[in-house]
Design a protein around this ligand. Structure first.
Ligand code: ZN
Length: 138
C-alpha cells in the first residue's frame, strides 16, 4: 500500500538522495577533503567548508537516540495522527529523523539498534521510497 506523505524537498542533491532510496540505497553526501558525512543535503562541508562533496551509500544501521509521538495534525490529514518519529544516529555519524517501521513508541528505547527499510509513499511530485527504520536483526 502506498502511503501519502507531505511533499519532499527536491532539487540538486536532494534528487540524488531520493534516486538512491528508489534503488533501496541510503546515500549521504561525504566530503572528499575531510571525510565527514553530511545530512540533510548541504552545499559545503560543515567541518572544513570544502564544496567538493560526493554521495556514498551508507550502511543504513544506527541507534535510536530520541523519539516522540505527534498528536497534532500539522499536515492537514496527509499524515494521520498519532504518528511516531525517531532520531537515529547513523553509524557514519549524521543524525537522521525518520519513522519507526513495524514497532511503536512503547517499544522504543535509547540506544536501540535499528536498520533502514524503505516503504512506498507518494507526494504531489509522485511515488517514491521513504527511508524508515526497523529493529535491527541481531
Ligand atoms: Zn570536509
Amino acid at each position: 500500500m502506498v502511503q501519502k506523505r507531505p511533499d519532499r524537498t527536491l532539487g540538486p542533491g536532494h534528487d540524488t538522495f531520493w534516486n538512491g532510496c528508489d534503488r533501496g540505497e541510503l546515500r549521504l553526501q561525504r566530503c572528499t577533503g575531510c571525510g565527514t558525512y553530511a545530512w540533510p543535503v548541504v552545499q559545503k562541508c560543515e567541518q572544513c567548508a570544502a564544496d567538493d562533496l560526493e554521495f556514498q551509500t551508507v550502511s543504513g544501521r544506527g541507534k535510536v537516540v530520541s523519539w516522540c509521538s505527534f498528536v497534532q495534525d500539522y499536515y492537514r490529514g496527509i499524515l494521520p495522527v498519532p504518528y511516531d518519529t525517531i532520531m537515529v544516529e547513523l553509524e557514519e555519524g549524521p543524525m537522521f529523523l525518520s519513522n519507526p517501521h513495524e514497532f511503536g513508541e512503547n517499544e522504543i528505547a535509547f540506544g536501540m539498534p535499528v536498520e533502514v527499510a524503505f516503504i512506498a509513499c507518494e507526494d504531489s511530485a509522485g511515488r517514491f521510497q521513504l527511508p524508515v527504520f526497523r529493529k535491527a536483526k541481531v
